[in-house]
Design a protein around this ligand. Structure first.
Ligand SMILES: [Zn+2]
Length: 289
């Protein structure tokens, strides 16, 4: 485990009584790991959970050529599909046995509950939406981003995982709240059991919205940090706690993709093609008994 210059320490927050693991871990940022030679990042409080695997990818370790160099995981025009497939193979190989599952992300608040694996042999798309949930081990829920937030959720009691794509439109639509509600409704999760991690994304330093008066509802204006900049990390934290999560169970990576665009794809930094990933899933031996 090595320190990253990107790591920022989360402000100290109190966790649930007696829950020392998540309390201490939620105070930390991301830590580096390697999966079969592939550089990956993890949230400490999720990395310590039995039977759970998760990872945040960077731009390193892949075969895509400019402008998507090198670890692009999105099948967007402008990158060689064979390179994307190879990158996806490397990611799957770096994690424990399992299938990467994707969404057609549309910046909304539709949540898909996967009670069984989706059809399709390789890199299946589960459907159109911006969050998915499963209690199936071996399914690696994958969200692709380049400035938007990926929000990972894990319920260690019910053994349920979720992954959310929340850009500013998703924040306004509260896809986070919709996902926590769906976890409770469809899988019996209690929000105060959930652990959350908010991945590298556009920080308050770079989330500039010149036309915010037309684009962002007034309910969010209290999270404006300067004339035109908003703190969407704080907005996600607000939405997670409003949904019932304990503040001590929430880890914000506090890594800005635009500021760290050498390490992460950033749409605002000019990466129109590349996307990095946040992945979460349960190992085959982590199935609920
Ligand atoms: Zn920034």
């Amino acid at each position: 485990m090595k320190d990253l210059d990107a790591i920022r320490t989360h402000q100290s927050r109190k966790g649930a009584p007696g829950d020392t693991r998540s309390t201490s871990a939620a105070n930390a940022g991301l830590v580096a790991m390697e999966g079969r030679g592939l550089p990956l990042l993890q949230f400490p409080h999720l990395a310590g959970q039995h039977g759970l695997q998760h990872a945040i990818t960077t731009r390193e370790g892949g075969v895509s050529r400019p402008p998507a160099q090198s670890f692009n995981l999105a099948r967007k025009s402008g990158d060689d599909p064979a390179a994307v497939d190879e990158n996806r193979r490397r990611l799957a190989r770096a994690l424990a046995p399992g299938r990467l599952v994707f969404l057609r992300q549309v910046h909304g608040n539709t949540v898909l509950s996967l009670a069984e694996p989706p059809a399709g042999e390789r890199s299946p798309v589960a459907g159109t939406g911006d969050a998915f949930i499963t209690d199936q081990s071996g399914l690696l829920l994958t969200i692709l981003v380049a400035d938007c937030q990926a929000v990972l959720l894990f319920d260690p009691r019910q053994r349920v995982v979720a992954n959310i794509h929340s850009g500013w439109r998703g924040s306004i639509a509260n896809v986070i709240g919709a996902t926590v509600a769906a976890m409770a409704r469809d899988f019996g999760c209690r929000p105060d059991d959930l652990l959350a991690g908010v991945g590298p994304s556009l920080g308050p330093c770079c989330a500039e919205f010149i036309n915010y008066r037309n684009e962002i509802p007034t309910a969010f204006w209290h999270r404006r940090v300067s004339a035109h900049h908003f703190d969407f990390w704080a907005i996600s934290h607000d939405q997670l706690t409003a949904a019932g999560l304990a503040a001590g169970h929430i880890a914000l990576s506090r890594i800005c993709t635009r500021c760290q665009s050498q390490r992460f794809f950033s749409y605002r930094a000019g990466h129109k093609v590349g996307r990095f990933a946040a992945v979460i899933g349960m190992c085959e031996d982590g199935r609920r008994k």
